[in-house]
Design a protein. Structure first.
Length: 318
C-alpha cells in the first residue's frame, strides 16, 4: 500500500531529527537507515546537520523540504534513495541554525550592533538611574566599532552573528564611555548603556546565576567570581591579578587600561570573544565587574571594576 506524503514527512522526522538525538530510544531500523545516509558522505566532511523537515506546496504540487544548517548539494537525493521515498519530490534548503526568539531577554543573552555583520557580545544586566529609568549594561565595543556607536544607533538581540536581524531590535544606544586609544591615557572601562524600546523585553538577573545582590564595596585578590556569557556560558574563577595593560583595538588604536580585574578560571578559560559585556559576580551574587577581554595564551580574562562604571553613568543594578 503506497504511503502518503504526510507519512513520508514523519519518516524524515524520525530518521533525521529524532533518531540521531536519542539513539537508545530510536534504535534498530531507524539507526540503520541513518547510518547508511551518514556513510554515504564519508570523505565529504560527514553528513550535514539537519535543522528541520517541512511539507509545502507550489503551483498545486506538494513537496518535502529538508532544512540544513549549511549548504550541502545532493543530500536530499541520497535521503530520498536510502529511505525509499522516490515517489516524492524532496529538496533541500539552507536554513542556518534555528534559534529561539525568546523575550524577555536577560543578562547572558546575545546582544550586538544593529546591522548585518555588526559587532556582538553579551547583554550584561539591567541597571537603573536615580529616576528609575532602566538600561542594559554592556560594552562599548559590543554596540558598535569601538567609540563609533552614537546615541540612537539600533541594537539587536540576538546579535547578527547569532542569527539576529532587523526584527530583533531591542533598543538603541543611550550612551557609551569613550575609550582613550592613544596608548597613554588611563582607561577604567569599556562600557555602554542601551535603552530598551520596551522595558518588558528585558528582565533583571543573569541566566543560570539568578538575581544580582547589589554591588560589593571592594574585591580582594583570590576572591572567587563567576559570570555567564553568551559564548562560554557559566564559568567560575578567581580574581588573581590587579592589572594595568595595553589592549589593541584592531584598526582603531591601543588603550591603556589601569586597575583592572585579572581573572583566572578554575578549570579552563573564564571568557572568550562573544562574552564581552557579561557581568562578573562574587560569591554573594554581588556585581563586581564587566568582562571585556582576555589573554588567551595565559588563560587570563579581564573585567572592568564595576564601581567606576556605575558612578560614571549614574546607575545601579536592578
Amino acid at each position: 500500500m503506497p504511503i502518503s506524503i504526510e507519512d513520508a514527512r514523519r519518516i524524515l522526522r524520525e530518521v533525521l531529527l529524532r533518531g540521531p538525538n536519542d539513539p537508545e530510544r530510536f534504535g534498530g531500523r531507524i539507526q540503520e537507515l541513518y547510518a547508511v545516509i551518514r556513510y554515504s558522505f564519508d570523505g565529504r566532511r560527514g553528513p550535514p546537520k539537519v535543522t528541520g523537515v517541512g511539507l509545502t506546496a507550489e503551483a498545486g504540487e506538494s513537496r518535502l523540504v529538508i532544512f540544513l544548517e549549511e549548504a550541502f548539494d545532493g543530500f536530499a537525493g541520497v535521503v530520498r534513495e536510502v529511505l525509499g521515498l522516490s515517489a516524492f519530490d524532496i529538496t533541500e534548503r539552507t536554513s542556518g541554525p534555528i534559534l529561539p526568539r525568546a523575550r524577555p531577554a536577560q543578562g547572558g543573552d546575545s546582544l550586538g550592533e544593529g546591522r548585518a555583520g555588526g559587532e556582538s557580545g553579551t547583554l550584561g544586566a539591567l541597571v537603573k538611574n536615580a529616576a528609575g529609568q532602566r538600561f542594559i549594561l554592556t560594552c562599548n565595543h559590543v554596540v558598535g566599532p569601538v567609540n563609533r556607536a552614537r546615541p540612537g544607533d539600533v541594537v539587536w538581540q540576538p546579535a547578527a552573528r547569532d542569527g539576529g536581524g532587523a526584527r530583533d531590535r531591542i533598543g538603541t544606544v543611550h550612551q557609551i564611555h569613550t575609550i582613550d586609544l592613544s596608548g597613554a591615557g588611563s582607561n577604567h572601562m569599556d562600557a555602554a548603556l542601551v535603552e530598551p524600546d520596551n522595558i518588558g523585553d528585558v528582565i533583571d538577573g543573569v541566566i543560570v546565576l539568578g538575581g544580582i545582590n547589589g554591588t560589593a564595596s571592594g574585591i580582594a585578590l583570590q576572591d572567587p567570581v563567576r559570570k555567564y556569557g553568551w559564548q562560554t556560558q557559566r564559568t567560575d574563577g578567581h580574581y588573581m591579578f590587579k592589572m594595568d595593560f595595553l589592549m589593541p583595538y584592531d584598526g582603531h588604536g591601543t588603550a591603556l587600561f589601569v586597575d583592572q580585574l585579572g581573572i583566572v578560571d578554575n578549570v579552563g578559560v573564564f571568557g572568550q570573544g562573544g562574552d564581552s559585556g557579561s557581568v562578573v559576580l562574587d560569591a554573594k551574587d554581588r556585581l563586581v565587574g564587566l568582562y571585556f577581554g582576555d589573554a588567551a595564551a595565559i588563560s587570563m580574562s579581564f573585567a572592568n571594576p564595576i564601581e567606576p562604571i556605575l558612578s560614571h553613568f549614574g546607575v545601579s543594578p536592578v
